[in-house]
Structures are given as structure tokens and as C-alpha cells.
Design a binder for this molecule. Structure first.
Ligand SMILES: Cc1ncc(COP(=O)(O)O)c(C=O)c1O
Length: 375
């Protein structure tokens, strides 16, 4: 019998794992007769805040919105310079631009995370940079102590982009504990993904939480009192109920399985041209992705070899954000050069990593990488 293809995400297995609980959550919402910003959203917000160790969580429509809402609620004004990474989902920068702020790009380190030493240099040389959106990319936590020092020394507004990193830790602290606000995404591929779009802002600051609640709901602080121009970025009751009752209770087990798969890849993949992620804290990443690096001129050969072996892969990300056509004509700055981000854009390949991979599939991925013919 032909072996089945190994997918990057397996939503049919997700449904097999959770379908009954999802249907129960749907029935409860249907029967409640209340579909937007009700008891389920409030309940999920409480569960989520407890899970990430913050005082408040505010559900919204997407991770993109969560970053924009976080920035605006923190008082980031049009024209504010915001330090960020050139290597991320486009949404990270799009949110900064939608807040009418000015992204300032700094290179990443060899793991693909924003280089905090370069950030320090940029901040010291340009005191007009007053905010930062660091991204915990691939599920790896940035150095939270280093981030805290930058925040305090330069009095920065920090909105952490934790879209890929719910639950990741560094030196015993969870991501999301440094920024005044933190953004999460529940896009289906995320470690905590919904059956559609969703996001949340988390914070310890009650006033900021109130501003986020207002911004997600047309900018109204009370019914029919609109203090500012907000958005419609409400999380609906259905997704809140599904996330709270079907998915969040399983997140710890799913993360543990991602870590097992990552450990298997790290200990068993050996190939002279495949560079594995070499994090100091491999067990504290939540492994949203498993990024390897191959020589740029050999990437197509690697991807085709994996596909022929029945393993689908992806690239995160093939084009740096400052090089995106949409940025033409926008105000932004690049603290050039960006050699590490450029190298990752040319050589990164993401191997399948999700909670429903079987041991046999993990072995097939390992074997496929190890049998890629060397140049
Ligand atoms: C790092 C990062 N930031 C922001 C986002 C935006 O999230 P969403 O797709 O929910 O808008 C994503 C996901 O696509 C992401 O991976």
C-alpha cells in the first residue's frame, strides 16, 4: 500500500481528536441564543489569561488585529517609530502600519529571532524609536531578560507578538510577560488554533485592557458612547466556546507532543548540509515550526526530495518584509544590512511538526532528510 503524504498540519486528525467536544460547544452556544461578546467570550478570556499568567485577556478577530489593538491601546501614535523584525508573518508589520506607525527593521540572530544587541545599538542611536514589536518566531522565546532590559533602559512600549509561541518560556518566564501588551493568534495552524480566525490581547494593566475592549468594539466605552475610532474585531461566542472547552484543555498535551517530535528530529537527523535549530533552550520552545537550513542553491532539490518521499514542507519566510511590494511608498526604515534574515529567507525549510504526527511518520521524516543525496 502506498504510504500517505505527511502534511504540515493535519486538520482531519484534529477533528477526529476534538470533534465531539467541538459539537458540544457549538450546541451550547446555539441554544444560548447569544452569539457575540457574551458569556463564552468572557469565560474563554478568563481561562486564557490564567493559562498565560496574565491578569486580562481580550478576545478579538485575529492576531493582526491583536497587535494593532495592543499598539493603539498602549498609546502608540501615528508616526511613532517601532522596532521590529524583517523575518515574520507580514501581519506583524501590517499591524504597525495600520496603527500608522513607522516600522524600523533590525536583523535577526542565527535562530531567526530579532537580534537584541542590534536592537540596543539602534535604540541608542535613535531616541525617536519609542516602541517595539518583538516576535517569538517559530515558537522560540526571545531572551526575556534582555528584552526587559531594553524596555526599561529605553522606556519602550513593547507589544510582544506571541502568535507562534503561546506557552514558550525563557529562564522560567513565559513569553508575554515583558510587553505592556501581548498579541496571540488563533489562526487554524497556530498551536492553539480555532476553526477559523481569532486572536487575543493579554495584559496585566486593567486600564489598557479596557482600552482594548473598547477598540475591538467600534471604540465604544459604553453602549452608544464612542470615544475613539475603533474596529469591529470581536471574537464570536462560537470560537470562544470551542477554544475554551475543546482546544485549550488539550494545549498542554499538544505542546508536549510537539516537543517530543522536535527532540526526535534534533537527536536523529544527521546530514552535512542540513543545519538543525540549535537553541540553548530547545525544551522551552513550543515548536510551532521546525525550521532547518540548507544551502540556498540546494533548497529546491531538498524540497523536491522531501516531496518525493511523501513529506510536505514549507518556507518561513521566503521574502523579507521590507522587500514586499506593499511596502513601496510606505514610511519605514531598515537598519541595514540584514545578512542573517536574508540567509534564512534563502535557505530555511520547515519540516512537519504537529501534535498528530505518529512515531512512524516522525521516522519517515527523519529518514527522508537523512537520505537526501549530498552535493
Ligand atoms: C508571527 C505572527 N504574527 C502575526 C500573525 C497574524 O495572525 P492572524 O493570522 O491571526 O492575523 C501571525 C499568523 O499568521 C504570525 O505568525
Amino acid at each position: 500500500m502506498a504510504e500517505s503524504q505527511i502534511l504540515l498540519n493535519d486538520f482531519k486528525r484534529l477533528w477526529a481528536n476534538t470533534g465531539e467536544s467541538v459539537l458540544e460547544a457549538v450546541r451550547r452556544v446555539g441554544e444560548s441564543g447569544w452569539y457575540v461578546l457574551g458569556r463564552e467570550v468572557a469565560g474563554f478570556e478568563r481561562s486564557l489569561a490564567a493559562r498565560v499568567g496574565r491578569a486580562h485577556a481580550i478576545g478579538c478577530a485575529s492576531g493582526l488585529d491583536a497587535i494593532e489593538i495592543g499598539l493603539r491601546a498602549c498609546g502608540v501614535k501615528p508616526g511613532t517609530k517601532v522596532l521590529t523584525t524583517p523575518l515574520s508573518a507580514f501581519a506583524t508589520t501590517l499591524a504597525i502600519l495600520r496603527a500608522r506607525a513607522v516600522p524600523v527593521f533590525v536583523d535577526v540572530d542565527e535562530h531567526g529571532l530579532l537580534d537584541l544587541d542590534l536592537c540596543r545599538t539602534a535604540l541608542a542611536s535613535d531616541r525617536a524609536i519609542s516602541a517595539m514589536v518583538p516576535v517569538h518566531l517559530y515558537g522560540h522565546a526571545l531572551d526575556l531578560q534582555g528584552l526587559t532590559e531594553l524596555r526599561d533602559r529605553f522606556e519602550l512600549t513593547v507589544v510582544e507578538d506571541c502568535a507562534q509561541a503561546i506557552g514558550a518560556v525563557h529562564s522560567g518566564r513565559q513569553v508575554g510577560s515583558v510587553g505592556q501588551a501581548t498579541a496571540l493568534s488563533f489562526y487554524p495552524t497556530k498551536n492553539l488554533g480555532a476553526l477559523g480566525d481569532g486572536g487575543a490581547v493579554t495584559t496585566d494593566d486593567a486600564g489598557l485592557a479596557g482600552r482594548c475592549r473598547s477598540l475591538r468594539d467600534y471604540g465604544q466605552s459604553q453602549r452608544y458612547l464612542h470615544d475613539e475610532l475603533g474596529m469591529n474585531s470581536r471574537l464570536d461566542e462560537l470560537h470562544a466556546a470551542i477554544l475554551d472547552h475543546a482546544f485549550l484543555p488539550r494545549l498542554a498535551a499538544w505542546t508536549a507532543r510537539r516537543r517530543e517530535v522536535a527532540q526526535a528530529y534534533l537527536s536523529r537527523i544527521r546530514h552535512p548540509e542540513v543545519r538543525l535549530p540549535t537553541l540553548a533552550s530547545a525544551e522551552t520552545s513550543v515548536w510551532h515550526l521546525f525550521p532547518v537550513c540548507v544551502p540556498a542553491h540546494r533548497r529546491t532539490s531538498f524540497i523536491e526530495h522531501m516531496r518525493a518521499a511523501g513529506v510536505l514542507t514549507a518556507i518561513h519566510y521566503p521574502r523579507l518584509i521590507p522587500d514586499q511590494p506593499a511596502l513601496r511608498g510606505q514610511a519605514f526604515e531598515v537598519r541595514a544590512p540584514l545578512p542573517r534574515a536574508t540567509a534564512l529567507a534563502a535557505g530555511e525549510v520547515s519540516l512537519p511538526i504537529h501534535p498528530f504526527l505518529t512515531d512512524d511518520e516522525v521516522s519517515r521524516v527523519v529518514a527522508a532528510v537523512c537520505t537526501w543525496p549530498a552535493a
